[in-house]
Design a protein around this ligand. Structure first.
Ligand SMILES: [Zn+2]
Length: 120
C-alpha cells in the first residue's frame, strides 16, 4: 500500500494539483474486484479520484499479481504471444499493457512489487 503522501490531487483546477505530501488527500472508499484500489478524496477541492488515476495503468483491470507478472515478462523482453501464454491473459490485453506501460514497464513493475503484499 502506497503512502498517501505519494499521491497528489488530479484536478487541474485545484490549488493543490500536483502537490504531494500536503495532507489534502484522504481515502474515501475502495473499489476493484478485491476492493484493493483506493478512492481518494481531496479536501481542498472536494473531488474524488482513483489512486490509479494519473498512472499509465488507470482503467486497466487485471489482478495485481497478473499485472506484475505481465510487466515482468514484458520488461524481460518476452514477446506479446509468449507473455500471453505464460501469464495466461489475452494477447490484446498484453498489447494494451505493453503500450500503456511502454518503457516504464520495468519501473511500474518494481513499484507494484514494492507496494504489493508479500504473501502471494
Ligand atoms: Zn484537489
Amino acid at each position: 500500500m502506497q503512502a498517501l503522501s505519494k499521491f497528489c490531487c488530479q484536478n487541474k483546477k485545484c490549488p493543490d494539483f500536483g502537490k504531494r505530501g500536503v495532507n489534502n488527500l484522504t481515502v474515501c472508499g475502495w473499489y476493484g474486484k478485491n476492493s484493493h484500489i483506493r478512492l481518494l478524496y481531496c479536501r481542498t477541492c472536494k473531488r474524488r479520484f482513483s489512486e490509479r488515476k494519473g498512472t499509465p495503468l488507470f482503467g486497466l483491470r487485471l489482478p495485481e499479481e497478473k499485472m506484475v507478472s505481465l510487466l515482468e515478462h514484458i520488461s524481460e523482453g518476452c514477446g506479446v504471444r509468449k507473455t500471453s501464454r505464460l501469464v495466461q491473459v489475452h494477447r490484446d490485453t498484453v498489447t494494451r499493457y505493453a503500450l500503456a506501460a511502454g518503457e516504464h514497464a520495468k519501473t511500474l513493475h518494481d513499484e507494484l512489487v514494492a507496494f504489493s503484499p508479500q504473501n502471494h
